[in-house]
Design a protein around this ligand. Structure first.
Ligand SMILES: Nc1ncnc2c1ncn2[C@@H]1O[C@H](COP(=O)(O)OP(=O)(O)O)[C@@H](O)[C@H]1O
Ligand SMILES: [Mg+2]
Length: 262
């Protein structure tokens, strides 16, 4: 049986695909047979991060329509053992794939893989609800601003309405200098305000975008801190008790989050 993680967010552009592709590469690099499902239907992007954009023949939509066996749609990035990508369809809407179909696919993949990562679409629409049918651990990615945090909170509420799903939180684009100046809330306080377990912190780094420009994922970027942050998230997802980074804050705090002084 595979471990299944759904990487999601309320707001788009917060770093879900960056994290999902990097985790997939990391797990595969550790010898775990890993499938990354690009669930961002209509907005395919994981193929670019794994540099297989020229090799997408079949995708999740073709598997759903039974136009090819699932095996045939799994793309193996060159030179990376154990990594398989199921690309997102370009011409479908997120609501076109039903929860039942997604469950069936994940159950099938689960039989002969160790890790399944779903890069979910942003928001809390029908598409997300359908894709989350499977028994997965939800990981919400957010950036430390009120817009993203409010959306993260809404997504967590939706998950809780669906049942026993308790999302984990990853904060991305964290800025140490802004935290030190008191302009950004530190990650532990954000997690406390949202009442979600903090599973990782990724700092803002130009190396992440530079990697994307070269069709690489953040795990391959030149910033050692970013690579380490991703490795730590991966190990926490597998149950390791890796310590979280500590951030210095000013003595007097003027933070506000959601209108409440934190
Ligand atoms: N920690 C980071 N530092 C700098 N840029 C980042 C960071 N994380 C993500 N980005 C950039 O933000 C953009 C959106 O990331 P992406 O993973 O596509 O978001 P999402 O999948 O949530 O829409 C990309 O250009 C990516 O390179
Ligand atoms: Mg994305």
């Amino acid at each position: 049986m595979a471990r299944i993680f759904s990487i999601m967010s309320g707001k788009g552009g917060v770093g879900k695909s960056t994290l999902a592709a990097s985790l997939a590469r990391y797990f595969a690099g550790r010898g775990m047979r890993t499938v990354l499902i690009d669930g961002d239907i209509g907005l395919r992007c994981a193929d670019l991060m794994l540099d297989v954009q020229d090799r997408v023949v079949y995708d999740l939509g073709d598997v759903k329509e039974q136009l090819c066996p699932t095996e045939q749609a799994l793309i193996r990035p060159t030179g990376v053992e154990n990594l398989f990508l199921l690309a997102a369809p370009q011409m479908m809407r997120p609501s076109d794939i039903k929860a039942k179909e997604m469950n069936k696919l994940i159950a099938q993949l689960s039989a002969d893989h160790d890790i399944i990562l779903l890069d979910a679409p942003a928001g809390i629409g029908r598409g997300l609800k359908n894709l989350l049918g499977a028994d997965s651990t939800p990981v919400i990615v957010a950036t430390p601003d009120d817009v993203s945090l409010r959306d993260a909170e809404k997504t967590a509420m939706l998950l809780q309405e669906k049942g026993e799903m308790h999302p984990l939180l990853v904060l991305n684009r964290v800025n140490r200098k802004l935290i030190k100046k008191g302009e950004m809330l530190p990650p532990d306080r954000i997690a406390m305000s949202l009442d979600m377990p903090l599973t990782g912190v990724i700092e803002e780094s130009p190396a992440v975008y530079r990697a994307l420009l070269q069709h690489k994922c953040a795990l391959e970027c030149e910033d050692e801190k970013i690579r380490q942050a991703i490795e730590n998230i991966a190990s926490r997802l597998l149950g390791a008790d890796t310590p979280l980074p500590v951030y210095k804050t000013p003595a007097r705090r003027f933070f506000r989050f959601g209108g409440v002084k934190a």
